[in-house]
Design a protein around this ligand. Structure first.
Ligand code: ADP
Ligand code: ZN
Ligand code: MG
Length: 485
């Protein structure tokens, strides 16, 4: 149906997308009380009268939340609202014990910013409409067997910022680039780990289509429940097609909230679009206005890290490694700090970069982890590089030790010692192994003698295998040639 429609589609459409991104801040305690934000605790163990909405309890703003919000605002070129306020957003649902969520409507902490994204057609800016602070809701667990729902308020009151973009994106590719840029900035700040799968970063996609060249935007829908870049891309493609099909058939797009089901590859209506009026917002009388003083602003500005663009410039001046490497290493602040520390210790930046871009990224991908999750210490990688340089271990052994180090941050020197992984270059020991390999592979030996130079490679490989990678391959090569005359 969708494909068929493509053929008769007589107009050219443009997709218009704006994002609402929720980010859980990395504070130790909640936004308005002292309860822990730690994930995975016994249900309802991190709760108190404030975050369970008991009458008479009073919220007090966590200063760290404000600092993170302002830091993200500065990193996204926003104007900081010097006197901001909190408002109550009223809604009734069991995940929300107060029956209102404390959020910001009238005077959000940051406004009118922008982020620069890289796309295949060059760089472009995506406008930030606003960033506001708010509290997260609790979690409902629906128990089908017992036919009841349980609620866990540990997440209730966990601090969030909501970053609302302008409708400036035109494709899924731009949306992913925007999210990656936001995630990188926020991780550089240490304000959140921004994990989509774990819900510490959540994106709602607002999408409309319009005829190319049209001045006005079309009616939009909002899609929720998108917890991976893949789901976001699929949902965007699907929703664009759905809206175009509707319009082509002479219908209208209805403004509504839809839920994306990645398993089914389809979306369905969650609810009609509500607007600010439905929530009966009003200023929260329990919280003082938030005043951002000149000193506080300066303090936060001074604490901003060196972001990627500046870092890349500095690396180009200071390190003798390819620009390609620099681009990859600086995508993560943690990885670039590791790079600098290990390089300072061993003086060989290119070797450090090879370990990071090769084995490190490979293992991260395999374990579905992020560069921020790297646990090995700089001095251990420096030591591993030194072991290889000294010829104490071979390349294959180094990779094996690295994997152990990646997982458990072991000291490579001690590990090599303990497991007897040092390269063997004792000819007496090797001779026995080489003789055995020759005896077991008479055909290859004959091939080499008959002039097939390549056969030696196979024999070196067999010897290395018999030595579990621990022999000096150069020495093995020489010995084989000697023994084969
Ligand atoms: P509301 O207050 O009703 O939630 P907003 O104006 O705050 O609406 O917009 C919410 C999000 O929707 C923003 O990210 C904005 O960029 C996006 N948006 C608004 N209009 C459109 C549109 N016509 N098409 C696509 N996205 C839109
Ligand atoms: Zn609490
Ligand atoms: Mg909105």
């Amino acid at each position: 149906m969708r494909n068929w429609n493509r053929y008769i589609m007589n107009k050219d459409y443009e997709t218009v997308i704006g994002l609402e991104v929720h980010v859980e801040l990395a504070t130790k305690t909640k936004i308005f009380c002292g309860c822990s934000t730690a994930f995975g605790a016994e249900p309802n163990s991190h709760t108190c009268p404030v975050c369970t909405g008991m009458p008479g309890s009073l919220p007090v703003l966590n200063r760290q939340v404000l600092e993170y919000a302002v830091a993200v605002g500065l990193a996204t070129d926003c104007e900081i609202t010097r006197v901001a306020k909190f408002d109550r957003k009223n809604y009734f649902y069991p995940d929300n014990p107060q029956n209102y969520q404390i959020s910001q409507l009238y005077l959000p902490i940051c406004r009118r910013g922008k982020v620069e994204i890289e796309t295949k057609d060059g760089n472009k800016f995506v406008g930030i409409h606003e960033i506001h602070m708010e509290e997260d809701a609790g979690k409902l667990i629906h128990d089908e067997r017992e036919d009841c729902s349980l609620v866990d308020y540990n997440r209730s009151g966990v601090p969030l910022i909501e970053i609302v973009s302008e409708p400036d994106m035109r494709s899924a590719e731009e949306v992913i680039a925007y999210l990656e840029t936001l995630r990188m900035l926020i991780r550089y700040l240490g304000a959140s780990d921004c994990k989509l799968q774990e819900g510490s970063m959540r994106a709602d996609v607002n999408l409309s289509v319009r005829e190319k060249g049209a001045k006005e935007f079309g009616t939009r829908t909002e899609m929720k429940n998108l917890n991976s870049f893949r789901a976001i891309t699929h949902a965007i493609e699907h929703e664009r097609e759905r809206q175009i099909t509707l319009l082509e058939a002479g219908g209208e797009v209805v403004q509504e909230t839809r839920r994306w089901d990645e398993g089914k590859g389809d979306s369905y209506v969650m609810r009609g679009k509500e607007d600010a009026r439905d929530y009966r917002y009003f200023p929260d009388p329990d919280l003082m206005p938030v005043y951002v003083s000149e000193e506080m602003l300066k303090e936060i500005r001074d604490k901003q890290p060196e972001f990627r663009a500046k870092k890349m410039e500095r690396y180009k001046r200071t390190f003798d490694i390819p620009e390609y490497d620099i681009g990859i290493i600086t995508q993560s602040r943690h990885m670039s700090e590791l790079f600098e520390e290990v390089s300072a210790l061993c003086g060989q930046p290119k070797k450090v970069s090879n370990w990071l871009m090769g084995e490190t990224l490979r293992l991260l991908k395999e374990k579905n982890e992020e560069p921020e999750d790297i646990r090995f210490s700089p001095r251990h990688l420096a030591r591993l590089i030194a072991l290889v340089d000294a010829g104490a271990i071979t390349g294959p052994v180094a990779k094996e030790v690295f994997e152990k180090m990646f997982e458990e941050d072991i000291d490579p020197e001690a590990y090599v010692e303990k497991h007897g992984l040092k390269t063997v270059n004792d000819e007496e020991v090797l001779r026995q192994v080489v003789e055995k390999v020759l005896a077991e592979n008479p055909q290859s030996a004959a091939d080499y003698k008959g002039g097939k130079q390549k056969a030696i490679g196979f024999l070196v490989g067999q010897t290395m295998k018999a030595m579990k990678g621990k022999a000096d391959p150069g020495l093995v090569n020489r010995m084989l040639k000697e023994m084969l005359g």
